[in-house]
Ligand binder design. Structure first.
Ligand code: NDP
Length: 329
């Protein structure tokens, strides 16, 4: 680990420990505003992120479409179990959403149960969904009409990163709004980066995940042909990981999930398909020629259709194995 990074992690750990121990006390002593938080969407990554917010001692209300999951979370953490998005947001300074995509976030805004029914002027919606830049801009506009701020703040680092409070958060929107809500983001984020205007976080996240998709697919193709050439996958990865073809896929995903045949379900293939689709659509909208991105989007759509909603993204490797008639093990 580089010295700078070690220093950063260390100071982050101290800061986040102090924050969780003393945040309520310091807030009382110095009249710092205690931020009430609402968290909507307790899925695979939303749950550990919300847990970090609860552990940092922010007063927390949670809502989930399947309410048994929110009830279970509330019982485990003493968060308030809200009956609807409007109920969750009623006292909130910061509302965090973590849903599959931006249209689902948009669908929570309206009606008696919707966020706009109760979100206060000056409150902020922090959307941690890996979403669509254009839809985020529309959401920001709608909220702006009600005096509510918006930032898109998708995350990377996976479920294990969320559990450790070590996510990277990529933020689009007003820097001053980010600074206001930063203490909340620090409960689950280790590296919090302002990327540009609203939608910039979404765009960067989509490109990052498109690169992940390229790496998983191309590493599987390469290893399948090497198996046919009689090279053991472990030997191949050993060499690739000491050479210029390495990636997170070759260094972590393949050794831990493919060679072991463990294929744990932590990040759904359906969601990665969605992310690559967003990157490809943004490239088209911006008139950026991106043949590799467009092909990658088509391949992951095919994998999604073939393996279904519950499959993990790394299980896509099974399709390449099937086509090649080999197992990468
Ligand atoms: P999951 O599929 O595990 O959970 C999705 C969540 O959204 C659930 O709480 C689900 O509720 C809720 N939901 C789905 N549809 C709707 C809807 N129409 N209205 C209201 N709520 C809805 O997803 P993840 O937690 O894995 O991912 C959430 C976001 O984070 C996605 O954008 C994903 O791309 C991103 N992400 C995920 C990572 C991971 O490792 N898992 C890593 C980085 C980013 P219910 O319980 O009722 O189904």
């Amino acid at each position: 680990m580089a010295p700078g990074r070690r220093q950063y992690s260390f100071s982050h750990r101290i800061r986040s420990t102090l924050n969780s121990l003393f945040h309520p006390l310091l807030s009382a002593l110095y009249s710092l505003p205690v931020m009430n938080v609402a968290f909507l969407g307790l899925g695979a990554i939303g749950w550990p992120m919300a847990r970090r917010v609860a552990e940092a001692k922010f007063p927390l209300a949670v809502w989930n479409r399947t309410s048994s999951r929110a009830r279970e979370f509330a019982e485990a953490t003493r968060a308030r179990h809200a009956a609807s998005p409007a109920d969750a947001a009623r006292d909130a300074d910061v509302v965090i959403t973590c849903l599959p995509n931006s249209p689902e976030v948009m669908s929570l805004l309206d009606g008696d149960d919707g966020l706009l029914a109760t979100m206060r002027k000056g409150a902020t919606l922090v959307d941690c969904t890996s979403g669509e830049p254009a839809t985020s801009r529309r959401i920001a506009e709608r909220l702006g009409d009600h005096g509510v701020d918006f930032i898109d703040a998708p995350v990377s680092g996976g479920v294990s990163g969320a559990e450790k409070g070590a996510l990277t958060v990529m933020v689009g929107g007003d820097r001053a709004v980010l600074d206001r809500v930063r203490p909340v983001l620090e409960s689950f984020g280790q590296k919090i980066v302002h990327c540009g205007k609203v939608g910039a976080g979404d765009a960067l996240k989509a490109v990052n995940n498109a690169l992940l998709a390229v790496h998983v697919w191309s590493t599987a193709e390469g290893l399948a042909l090497l198996v046919k050439e009689g090279v053991a996958p472990a030997t191949a990865l050993d060499v690739i990981n000491a050479s210029s073809g390495r990636s997170n896929a070759s260094m972590n995903l393949f050794p831990e999930r493919v060679l072991t045949r463990a294929f744990p379900r932590t990040f759904r293939l359906a969601l990665l398909d969605k992310d690559v689709g967003i990157a490809a659509a943004v490239a088209s909208a911006d008139a950026v020629p991106a043949p590799l991105l467009q092909l990658t989007a088509a391949l992951w759509k095919l994998a999604h259709n073939s393996l279904g909603e519950a499959a993990d993204h790394v299980e896509t490797v099974k399709i390449i194995e099937q086509w090649a008639g080999v197992e990468i093990a």
